[in-house]
Write a protein that binds this ligand. Structure first.
Ligand code: AMP
Ligand code: ZN
Length: 472
């Protein structure tokens, strides 16, 4: 497949290091609150990527961390501790908060058909690993102690890799975010590996380390969890675009300093979901969660469908109106699949199957063009292929799209059949007579029969899928 690589700023052929196998790492959630649907846009698109790689026959091992320690409100190691903030807000311990929101995250993922990665590691379970890597960075001269904390020294690198064309000013993250800069840092871009002198007197989680009792910085967790589970060469690293700097830049710095060679070949970044008023936030305005969508009557998979209709490298604007439009299109799509579930099975037409599958494959193979992949679904429905071929293709595509296309169509077909079972024989007989009248173009009689049906408390409608009978 061709994939845009943030490292080289261009589309490249995706070639895993070991033929047939992919090591894939995803930055997981910070579990101090519910994930908002912006966070989940990133996880949906990463899920599609993983499933597409599997679709092409690759054996993917995917690893994700859970950030339950070390993430401060500013990515530049300043501000408040996010987990502590969550615990104070809810008068609970940090570990209680972590457990609750980790479970909530996976419950949301399940509703969105996002597969759980093969390996999921809470950062608090890997403290020894962090200490091992930080010790090695100290020995190699890439880290120093200042003011009680351990920092990574970015001036020791040949190149401090920054994705995109960020300026010197952008590198002053702390200053940019209006928070006091950390005077212990030798260089502006240096970052914390281990906080020993915590500025939070009430820091709940602390561990012994060679540098005193403390806790890890945020960036070290992803490098260590990835290297431990996927080895010293990583094929693919994913995250939302806000993770690109400084988080991913710092992951590269410390991993490559530790390993002594290049670490990860491809970097995949999903652009943001914004609201009409700007950046999506957990603290401002309406907190958009999967539960809120459900409370408002939306099927979570409508949100997945909404995300699929735009490219992951473009920011996407969320509005209720846009979601409504997605809901209408999604329902219409399912309605078009309903008749296929009832048609008799035939042999699969291999030529048509291969042709239509190729257009789906080409769409996703071209830097994951999900909206064209959805178009390929419509192309299947429009095609002259028989019902079995169409169903087989939809089943195949849905292993990547994750929209439950056939399951939903089947449910709709069953619901329609069940409701037909409740309709009195007298009404069904009148409906049959009306059908015959319409066939003979005797519309006066058809109208008369419709009135009789209405008088019995039923409504009869002609739709694309045939005659529909509903109770009034
Ligand atoms: P966090 O829980 O803050 O660590 O973020 C979890 C994931 O969501 C990370 O990959 C972020 O880059 C990503 N993310 C944060 N905000 C958004 C957004 N508005 N749209 C898409 N992805 C986001
Ligand atoms: Zn990460």
């Amino acid at each position: 497949m061709q994939l845009y690589n943030s490292l080289s700023h261009k589309k490249e052929d995706f070639i895993p290091r070991e033929a047939g196998k992919v090591g894939m790492y995803t930055c997981g959630p910070t579990v101090y609150h519910y994930a908002h649907i912006g966070n989940l846009r990133s996880y949906i698109m990463e899920d599609i990527l993983e499933k597409y790689l599997r679709f092409t026959g690759l054996d993917v091992k995917r690893v994700m961390n859970i950030t339950d320690v070390g993430h401060l409100t500013s990515d530049g190691d300043t501000g408040d501790d996010k987990m502590l903030k969550g615990a104070k807000r809810e008068h609970k311990t940090v570990m209680e908060i972590a457990k609750f929101y980790t479970d909530a995250f996976f419950a949301d993922c399940a509703k969105l058909n996002i597969k759980t990665p093969d390996v999921v590691v809470p950062a608090t379970t890997y403290i020894d690993e962090f200490i091992k890597v930080i010790s090695s960075l100290m020995e190699k001269g890439y880290a120093y102690e200042a003011g009680g904390n351990i920092y990574f020294d970015t001036s020791k690198l040949d190149k401090y890799y920054v994705f995109g064309d960020l300026s010197e000013e952008d590198l002053e993250v702390g200053v940019r975010e209006g928070v006091e800069a950390d005077g212990n840092k030798r260089n502006k871009a240096d970052f914390v590996l281990w906080f020993t002198k915590s500025k939070f007197d009430d820091q709940e989680l602390k561990w012994e380390s060679p540098w005193g009792v403390g806790y890890p910085g945020w960036h070290i967790e992803c490098s260590c969890i990835s290297m431990k589970n996927l080895g010293e060469y990583l094929d693919l690293h994913c995250g939302g675009i806000d993770n690109a700097f400084p988080h991913h830049t710092n992951e590269i710095a410390q991993s490559e300093a530790y390993l002594g060679h290049k670490w990860c070949n491809y970097w995949f970044h999903v652009h943001h979901l914004n609201t009409t008023s700007g950046k999506m936030s957990k603290s401002k305005g309406e907190f958009l969660t999967v539960s809120l969508l459900e409370e408002k009557g939306y099927d979570p998979l409508v949100y997945r469908f909404f995300c699929l209709n735009s490219h992951y490298r473009k920011s996407l604007v969320f509005s209720w109106e846009n979601l409504d439009n997605a809901a209408v299109s999604f329902n219409k799509l399912i309605d078009r699949i309903v008749p296929l579930t009832k048609e008799a099975a035939g042999d699969i037409d291999q030529t048509e199957y291969d042709r239509l599958r190729k257009s789906f494959d080409d769409a996703l193979g071209n830097d994951m063009n999900t909206s064209l992949a959805v178009t390929a679904v419509y192309d299947v429905l429009k095609s002259g292929a028989n019902a079995s071929t169409k169903l087989a293709l939809l089943r195949d595509f849905d292993t990547v799209l994750g929209l439950d296309l056939i399951k939903k169509a089947q449910e709709k077909a069953d619901a329609a059949e069940n409701s037909a079972a409740d309709i009195p024989a007298e009404v069904l007989e009148l409906v049959e007579q009306r059908k015959a009248a319409r066939k003979e173009k005797n519309f006066a009689l058809a109208d008369e029969l419709r009135d009789k049906i209405t008088a019995l408390g039923y409504e009869v409608k002609e739709t694309r899928q045939g005659t529909e009978i509903n109770k009034l």
